[in-house]
Design a protein around this ligand. Structure first.
Ligand SMILES: [Zn+2]
Length: 467
């Protein structure tokens, strides 16, 4: 189906096109953007014509790291420190979650993502205990119509064997997915590796897992590469002095642009420099990092100046996963940290990070983190039509002059009018297209209740996870 969006204000995030008022975007039958440019005469006829008057078009927002199966336990660990989160969800709940519940959580989580303008998520699906659980993750994403990087990750529920000084190489299931369900790199759902950092595995396994990923032609995403280096009670820290994943990869000649790291909170400056020098990526999950006890996100540190940070939402067990929220939190932190240090050192603050920088993090830099920058992240001819249209006529946005400021600091999910992924409309006129949604949500809540009814509801009652 061809689509023409006409008369829209487009923030293209394409450096050669920039922002175009009165813009027409033509989408071809194959779901790609055919042309983007100022309105010139009558709009190009198409199967569907969308009047862009009063709308802002942006590239679809990109969430570079989340754990979709935990959508069934939204807010469950909001008041727990991260040790309690791990104990309750990873070793307690994970053992009792049925594949059907994984499917529901993944699908409903994707729909919630669409609702707030997210068109791509990377799911570090650490619930793939069996082939059926893995299939459920894949199918949930396929049913939603979202673009997904499914990062195959060692399963929870058997954590001590995989995440504590593990001598086990990455599970062979990843090759099964690569040659089977997720063999096609041009599909909407593609495969990556959710790799374990050095505090989880021996140095030999760290290197072997990189070789496995590269043999299979897969990107690597390291969750928790620098969340809490150093002190603190053992149960709360996720890394220790000497567990320098980035440095270890660099020293063994393995660090590369096919790698992305998440939670850089306490990465040392030299490791941040190594990430930049090797063209690797860094993703921040500011809300969860601050809520769970990882401390301050890296945003605003001098050492991240050379990095293009990506954004992620991590886990709904702490907070609502929204890249609209993540963009504004990032902007606030990027200004607050240097301002505090300037105040304390009596320095004059000179630069101010602009709002559009946060939009870059939520779009093209997220695409780069996932290695998808040639496919998504900008509104450019040839890119996939992953497009979000935001209503700027309501009382909250109408008086905002700068469209990037309107998106980053004012827009809410109810302002997201239309969302399309690969030219397919998944939210239309403010409503999710997925018709079975209300039934799905009810079934998901029931599935979560069933899991909680048969085991630990409190962190203290769950099996210990000793790291
Ligand atoms: Zn994570």
């Amino acid at each position: 189906m061809t689509i023409t969006i006409y008369g829209v204000l487009a923030i293209t995030m394409d450096e050669s096109l920039e922002t175009i008022d009165q813009c027409d975007i033509v989408i071809a039958d194959d779901g790609r953007i055919q042309s983007v440019g100022p309105t010139d005469g009558a709009p190009r006829p198409a199967d569907e014509m969308i009047d862009g008057t009063g709308l802002i078009a942006i590239p679809g927002l990109i969430d570079t790291h989340r754990h979709s199966w935990l959508e069934m336990f939204r807010g469950l660990t909001a008041d727990l420190p991260v040790g309690g989160y791990r104990q309750l969800t990873k070793s307690g709940i994970a053992q009792r979650v049925h594949p059907d519940a994984v499917h529901l959580a993944t699908l409903v989580g994707d729909l919630a993502a669409v609702d707030c303008g997210i068109t791509t998520v990377a799911d570090l699906a650490h619930i793939g205990r069996t082939a059926d659980h893995l299939d459920a993750s894949v199918q949930g994403h396929r049913d939603s119509g979202l673009r997904v990087v499914l990062a195959h990750t060692p399963a929870n529920g058997d954590g001590e064997n995989w995440y504590v000084n593990s001598e086990r190489r990455h599970p062979a299931d990843i090759a099964w997915l690569r040659t089977g369900a997720l063999a096609d790199d041009d599909a909407l759902v593609v495969l990556a590796m959710g790799a374990r950092p050095l505090h989880c595995v021996t140095p030999e396994v760290l290197q072997a897992d990189v070789a496995t990923a590269r043999d299979l032609g897969l990107r690597l995403i390291y969750d928790g590469a620098g969340a809490a280096t150093g002190g603190g009670p053992v149960r709360r820290r996720w890394s220790q002095p000497g567990h320098r994943t980035v440095a270890a990869l660099a020293e063994s000649g393995l660090l590369g642009p096919d790698m992305g790291f998440v939670h850089g909170n306490h990465l040392e400056d030299d490791e941040l420099g190594m990430i930049a020098d090797h063209g690797a990526g860094l993703s921040v999950a500011s809300e969860v990092e601050m809520l769970c006890g990882y401390g301050l996100p890296v945003c605003g540190r001098d050492a991240v100046a050379g990095l293009r940070l990506a954004l992620s939402t991590d886990v709904a067990a702490y907070a609502d996963p929204s890249i609209l929220t993540a963009m504004r939190t990032m902007l606030m932190l990027s200004r607050a940290r240097p301002a505090s240090s300037a105040y304390l050192t009596n320095r004059e603050e000179t630069t101010q990070v602009p709002a559009v920088a946060a939009l870059r993090a939520g779009t093209i830099d997220g695409a780069r983190f996932l290695g998808l920058q040639d496919r998504i992240g900008t509104l450019s001819p040839g890119r996939a039509a992953d497009i979000v249209l935001i209503d700027r006529t309501g009382p909250r946005l109408a008086a905002v002059r700068d469209p990037a400021v309107a998106v980053v600091l004012f827009a809410q999910s109810e302002d997201v009018r239309h969302v399309m992924v690969q030219g397919r409309i998944v939210k239309r006129d403010g409503r999710l297209v997925e018709a079975r949604r209300s039934d799905l949500v009810r079934r998901l809540v029931d599935a979560g209740s069933a899991v909680l009814a048969h085991g630990a509801k409190r962190a203290e009652d769950a099996p210990l996870w000793n790291f």
